[in-house]
Write a protein that binds this ligand. Sequence first.
Ligand SMILES: C[S@@+](CC[C@H](N)C(=O)[O-])C[C@H]1O[C@@H](n2cnc3c(N)ncnc32)[C@H](O)[C@@H]1O
Length: 273
Amino acid sequence: MDEFTRANRNVWNEWTHINARSDLYRLEAFKAGEIKLNSLERDEVGDVSGKTLLHLQCHFGMDTLSWARLGALVTGVDFSEDAIALAKRLSEELKIPARFICSDIYALDEVLQEQFDIVYTSYGVLCWLPDIRRWAKIVADRVRPGGFFYIAEFHPFAQVFDETIDELIVRYPYFEKEMTKWQVEGSYADRDAYVESNFEYEWNHTLGEIVTALIEAGLTIDFLHEWPYSVYNQFPFLQPDGKGKWNPPETPSMIPYMFSLRAHKGIQETHSG
Ligand SMILES: C[S@@+](CC[C@H](N)C(=O)[O-])C[C@H]1O[C@@H](n2cnc3c(N)ncnc32)[C@H](O)[C@@H]1O
């Protein structure tokens, strides 16, 4: 593990505890039975009952355990030891069967060889990954023939705008090749929380790079949807609708805030005669 991944892991270990007690994550409501998934991914992933589901970058497992509550046989993976320890505790406390594995996504092959009906990942995952083509290969390897990969993620184009002001002003490059070093200020769930780590490191991947990497890894794209709203208060001007959506003030929206994509792995044909 390189120094940047290690630094990010330290940040995520700290953020786990802050996020778990934050209003954003609503852990108590989840413990009381709430499903912590948005209607977007629930509708687009569809019925998961009886299906094996691998959740990549699962944080402390609330989404993973939500899929389990909906009937999936779940495995969650994350590189944060603290997140995985909390996910395991929640699984035990709530008596929701789940397997959680602590691993850097790029080392997943060393700890997990099986394939799954559904490989799932969501919201705030790709910016932590330096090599999107390697990631796509790892994803595709874990999908069983006939199964699919699904991602719901913040749109990379939305990342070019200044996140601190009340209008859309371009501040960052879309075609970013360099890693970005950010000063850590609290967590995204609690900006005022004390965090010991100083810096975190992120990479931007264009939509074209993401889609192309998945195709090159052998997956067939079923759909790529771009969404005019967010599920998170990414910008100060977004307004909550109280049902999990954050909408821009203008209609139609000027830009896409999120995308979702499903891609399947074809079943190998057997030739007879
Ligand atoms: C924004 S969170 C995912 C959020 C999830 N949708 C949620 O709200 O709970 C990103 C996760 O990626 C994990 N992560 C970042 N880099 C990773 C890596 N190289 N390998 C495995 N997990 C990683 C972090 O520990 C964190 O839990």
